[in-house]
Design a protein around this ligand. Structure first.
Ligand code: ADP
Length: 246
């Protein structure tokens, strides 16, 4: 995917979330946005997903400028699918229905086709035995896999993930990492926000470090973690590692 973000700003009641943030990436398959809490990661992701309107600045995704006027935003939202930390599954629907309903209602996919698509996605993510379970009958990792399958069913141009593993145990996080690797092999374009730097490193080819509303540093994951040029990023990584060791 190609992303050109220029001078993106957003404040909430005077509290600056994005401060003329710019990022220009050509041909990146999977991007992790990491950084300290309150740095602006989620706001950036929500702007990219068309869920939040910036105060100023521009975003061009795969060559197409995003028009943040409400009527035009609907078209942009259809290019994107978002997976949330809290899964946001409909509690009264089964895993299968959670996938088929949005397809039928928002994409006008015929019910039978939606069903086939949903079954094959759930099977792909190892959920064949859980098609007819409701979210409260599924584990956290299973719910997250249903949420990812639902997002994929919409065939988005780009998949956005907001802290997809923060509610999960380490071993379940490893399962979700497998899902990410599967998506990357499939050449899906992904953008992930996470404070889990280990996950980010293994889940994405590219990383952007966002702090105080700006991109402090960005680069290929295999380079920046081993030889971080940014002192702030180095401090961020070492603080997390020393905190985890205690
Ligand atoms: P991060 O995801 O890096 O933790 P956020 O984008 O959530 O950062 O937040 C950036 C800043 O914007 C923080 O100071 C946060 O308190 C503020 N903020 C984010 N969303 C809202 C909101 N809906 N209302 C008010 N302030 C917000």
């Amino acid at each position: 995917m190609q992303i050109e973000i220029r001078d993106l700003s957003k404040a909430y009641n005077g509290q600056i979330a994005l401060d003329k943030l710019s990022l220009n990436l050509q041909d990146v398959g999977s991007l992790a946005i990491v950084g300290p809490s309150g740095g602006g990661k989620t706001t950036l992701l929500r702007v990219l997903g068309g869920l939040e309107t910036p105060d100023s600045g521009t975003v061009v995704l795969n060559g197409r400028p995003v028009d943040f006027q409400e009527q035009q935003l609907m078209a942009h939202r259809k290019r994107i699918a978002m997976v949330f930390q809290a899964y946001n599954l409909f509690p009264h629907l089964t895993a299968l229905q959670n996938i088929t309903l949005p397809l039928v209602k928002t994409r006008a996919v015929p019910a039978e086709l939606a069903q086939q698509e949903a079954v094959s996605l759930l099977e792909r993510f190892g959920l064949a035995e859980h098609l007819h379970k409701h979210p409260n009958q599924l584990s956290g990792g299973q719910k997250q896999r249903v949420a990812i399958a639902r997002a994929l069913a919409l065939k988005p141009e780009v998949l956005l993930f907001d802290e997809p593993t923060s509610a999960l145990d380490p071993e379940i996080t490893a399962e979700i990492l497998d899902v990410f690797n599967d998506l990357r092999v499939d050449n899906k374009d992904l953008i992930l926000v996470t404070h889990e730097i280990g996950f980010a490193r293994h889940a994405c080819d590219y990383v952007a470090f966002v702090s105080e509303g700006r991109v402090e540093m960005h680069g290929r994951s295999d380079m920046v973690y081993d030889q971080p040029e940014s002192e702030a990023f180095r401090r961020f990584v070492s603080r997390i590692i020393s905190w985890k060791a205690t």
